[in-house]
Design a protein around this ligand. Structure first.
Ligand SMILES: [Mn+2]
Length: 316
């Protein structure tokens, strides 16, 4: 079993460094910190680091570590919720002695000593919980680990609503839910919105575009972000405001990101497969949820045209 191989490798190392992907979401940080807390609790003598940078919405989940370059030379590196080198945050991960990948996105490239890639998992945190359950004789869960793992499950499954949810997702959820962390506080951290954010939701509902083939989309430029005092990360995370609309089978948000100097593209679908479309524009992801960054609004219009054709073909 790959989960045993992963544990054997963890046991071999004194130092373990866990990396997340760029713009980490709660599933990524939950996997990273959950794994760190489990390893630390089970092997207190090991040095376990979770490196990287939070985005605003993951800040509450727990502290990340700053470490020196020299620590990598004798360390095991684990990357979570990410499959390709380019999307791993902090390129120092390549300096680890060996690398393990734990990911639930479709495989795009292999470069690790151990690759545990399985798209049957609804979230990466579900994989971490699975890893713990498969090695329960040696591993210990903690309340803090349970909390961040549950946060990842909630957000990557839309609160256990998406197609990707299985019986295992629910039972693994129950496995961490039984720990005593404060559920209401967790929901507040994940789901409460400010008044400005709520007003922005209202703006989106009133102003999205759609085609007769069932494509819904929203272009959010800097002017709109300024007007509502909203950050691009938050704006693009609102893409599912166009989910659950009878007439819409695919929905895309295009959000200008001054810091990146690019336009963030968030693809979602409940019909046409969209990760190939995302890949065509330099991105990737799951079959019904993908992302990309593109250079300008001209490319955005090309994506809209391509996406509309996919919807049209799907309807046939
Ligand atoms: Mn994920």
């Amino acid at each position: 079993m790959i989960t045993n191989q992963i544990l054997n490798m963890i046991e071999k190392y004194k130092t373990i460094i866990i990396h997340h992907h760029v713009n980490p979401d709660p599933d990524c940080i939950g996997s990273q910190l959950g794994l760190k807390y489990i390893i630390k609790e089970s092997y207190p003598e090991k040095l376990v680091y979770a490196v990287g940078e939070h985005v605003d919405r993951t800040e509450f989940m727990g502290k990340l570590d700053k470490i020196e370059d020299s620590i990598y030379s004798d360390a095991l590196v684990i990357i979570v919720d990410v499959g390709d080198k380019l999307r791993v945050f902090d390129k120092r991960f390549l300096k680890g002695k060996e690398i393990i990948k734990i990911d639930h996105h479709p495989l795009t490239e292999e470069f690790c000593t151990l690759e545990w890639v399985d798209t049957n998992f609804a979230s990466c945190t579900e994989m971490v919980i699975d890893f713990y359950l498969q090695n329960k004789d040696k591993l210990n869960m903690t309340e803090d680990a349970a909390k961040v793992l549950y946060a990842g499950l909630l957000t990557d499954t839309g609160r256990f609503y998406f197609n990707s949810v299985t019986e295992r997702t629910l039972s693994h959820g129950a496995e961490v839910y039984k720990y005593g962390f404060n559920k209401q506080e967790l929901y507040a951290n994940l789901y409460y919105k400010s008044i400005a954010e709520m007003k922005f939701s209202g703006f989106l509902m009133n102003n999205f575009s759609y085609t007769k083939n069932g494509l819904g989309y929203m272009k959010i430029d800097q002017k709109i972000l300024d007007e509502f005092n909203i950050k691009p990360e938050f704006a693009s995370s609102m893409v599912n405001i166009l989910a659950n609309i009878t007439e819409i089978i695919m929905w895309i948000f295009f959000t200008e990101d001054k810091k990146l100097g690019k336009i963030r593209v968030n693809f979602r679908s409940r019909g046409p497969i969209i990760n190939k479309l995302a890949a065509k524009y330099g991105g990737g992801g799951h079959i019904f949820a993908s992302g990309a960054h593109v250079e300008n609004w001209g490319i955005v219009d090309k994506i809209i045209a391509d996406a509309d054709i996919l919807c049209q073909e799907f309807n046939k």
